[in-house]
Design a protein around this ligand. Structure first.
Ligand code: C5P
Length: 217
């Protein structure tokens, strides 16, 4: 039995990697599976929320009754999220957004010229979607995610302040990309608490219960 703790709330979630095209056949991406974000979308919907999920390229089925918007690049994700952010009560940024994209997109496949010369790839920075939403005057309750390899609490605390979000969730332990389980550390202005190793859906339900407590009047 799942109590409908988020009934009447609208929750916006980003999930998965982004894909930054170099030319029509190549691009830059990462190993994010989208599993954590999709699990949170499912858990929030089960808790009664109206859920919008903005997903990068992943191979996952859409959770029941979740409104899904598919995007490829960070800029597409940014463009999809920003107009929706202020009509949602909560924004949860689980996507592993590429920090940079190629400065130029080649219209045709870049060919080897046979001389052994390699092309150079100039990069430019992508927009920070979470920071942009957190900076809106009418912002939803913002939750950031972090994957850190060391000094977890210190980096997570610094990231929470830098992004200016009330809650930052850090993945505990090495490379959770693609795994079905995870452990999380929740960092806020009061300190930190841990959700021990569990299936991502179990963690997602615990996080949703925590959010419902925080949103309660
Ligand atoms: O700065 P870093 O990528 O480590 O921050 C991670 C958090 O910021 C995640 O919640 C991620 O979804 C979000 N983010 C974003 N847009 C970016 C980079 C990160 O929304 N361009």
């Amino acid at each position: 039995f799942q109590p409908k703790r988020l009934r009447g709330r609208r929750v916006l979630i980003t999930a998965g990697p982004t894909f930054e095209a170099i030319d029509p056949v190549r691009g830059i991406t990462n190993h994010s599976s989208g599993k954590m974000g999709f699990a949170i979308a499912r858990a929030a919907q089960e808790a009664g929320a109206e859920v919008t999920l903005v997903a990068g390229p992943v191979h996952l089925p859409t959770p029941r009754h979740v409104h899904r918007i598919n995007v490829q690049s960070a800029r597409q994700m940014h463009a999809a999220v920003l107009p929706l952010a202020t009509v949602h009560d909560v924004f949860i940024a689980t996507a592993a957004v590429a920090d940079w994209r190629p400065a130029e997109l080649a219209d045709e496949k870049i060919k080897k010229d046979g001389t052994g010369q390699v092309p150079s790839l100039a990069l430019v920075e992508n927009p920070d979607i979470l920071a942009a939403v957190a900076a809106l005057p009418d912002r939803p309750y913002c939750v950031g995610f972090a994957a850190e390899s060391h000094d977890l609490l210190r980096h997570a605390t610094a990231k929470r302040l830098r992004k200016n979000v009330p809650l930052l969730v850090a993945n505990i332990g090495p490379a959770t990309f693609g795994q079905d389980t995870n452990a999380l550390m929740l960092v806020d202005d009061q300190g930190h608490t841990e959700l021990p190793q569990a299936h991502k859906l179990t963690l997602a339900r615990a996080l949703v219960a925590e959010l419902a407590r925080r949103l309660a009047p």
